[in-house]
Design a protein around this ligand. Structure first.
Ligand SMILES: C[S@@+](CC[C@H](N)C(=O)[O-])C[C@H]1O[C@@H](n2cnc3c(N)ncnc32)[C@H](O)[C@@H]1O
Length: 252
């Protein structure tokens, strides 16, 4: 059973399975290997249903693997996610938090009522309601940090931004969440490469430009993996996601 899991994805047509088609990745990634058979069954059903309804927009194995490494490796239990879409990263984090024996550990925000209701149905189906709270709204709304802090029982240790991809909205999210996280906490941003800049509907340089401009002069350490990746299939990048990932570490 375990040996098959996501190995079967390399034979599927949809472009969402690009990670699994790389010849150097003929294995079940650790992020999926840790799931129970019942959890994997839920995730596989999630893939099938979201593909049937053309609801494809999830982050992929490289990003969830980084998040799971931080969370599982350090026992992080107060997490905010900006943008959950139809639930992939939410299910993956929820499963891990349950394996860690934690409750009320992921507060996730999305502005799209349909995406939010689909995610909620999958959180219910996976029985992750003790670990995860889904919030319908704007992740730059000034009321969100207080709500998240109340639910999590403390200020967020990790904020994951994978939402609008718009320059100005990303700046607002960074300002909002940076103010409430404690020193040594982290903010992760998806889609920080040049390749991902066109995801900004306002054409202002997207998450990459927002991260670069926002960080100037702030007491933070910043790493932007694959920032310079522009085009091509990106399938052999060392960090395998061509969309890039940004890491902000708050120093003081
Ligand atoms: C790329 S998807 C997130 C994928 C998700 N992290 C995953 O891996 O499964 C981006 C999501 O951000 C949401 N979004 C866009 N603008 C937003 C905003 N202003 N506030 C909150 N969510 C927003 C969209 O509705 C969409 O569902």
């Amino acid at each position: 059973m375990m040996a098959v899991r996501s190995r079967a994805f390399e034979n599927r047509e949809h472009r969402r399975y690009w990670w699994h088609k790389n010849p150097s990745r003929k294995y079940v990634p650790p992020a999926y290997a840790l799931l129970t058979d019942a959890e994997w069954d839920v995730l596989e059903e999630w893939y099938d249903e979201t593909e049937r309804h053309n609801m494809v927009g999830e982050c992929t194995v490289p990003l969830v693997s980084i998040v799971q490494g931080f969370v599982g490796g350090s026992g992080i239990t107060r997490i905010v996610q900006c943008g959950h879409y139809v639930g992939y990263s939410t299910l993956m984090l929820g499963f891990l938090l349950r394996h860690m024996g934690r409750k009320q550990s992921l507060f996730s925000i999305d502005i799209d009522p349909l995406a939010n209701s689909v995610s909620q149905r999958w959180v219910d189906r996976a029985q992750l309601n003790e670990q995860v709270h889904l919030e319908l709204g704007d992740s730059s709304d000034l009321s969100m940090p207080a709500r998240a802090t109340k639910y999590l029982g403390g200020t967020p240790q990790l904020v994951i931004i994978d939402s609008s991809h718009e320059y100005h909205h990303t700046i607002r999210e960074l300002n909002l969440w940076y103010d409430v996280i404690p020193p040594h906490a982290m903010i992760l941003l998806h889609d920080t490469s040049i390749f991902a800049a066109p995801f900004d509907s306002g054409k202002n340089g997207g998450v990459r430009q927002a991260l670069a401009d926002w960080a100037k002069g702030k007491p933070v350490a910043v790493l932007n993996l694959n920032e310079s990746f522009k085009s091509g299939d990106g399938n052999d990048l060392v960090y395998a996601d061509p969309c890039g990932i940004g890491l902000i570490h708050k120093l003081a």
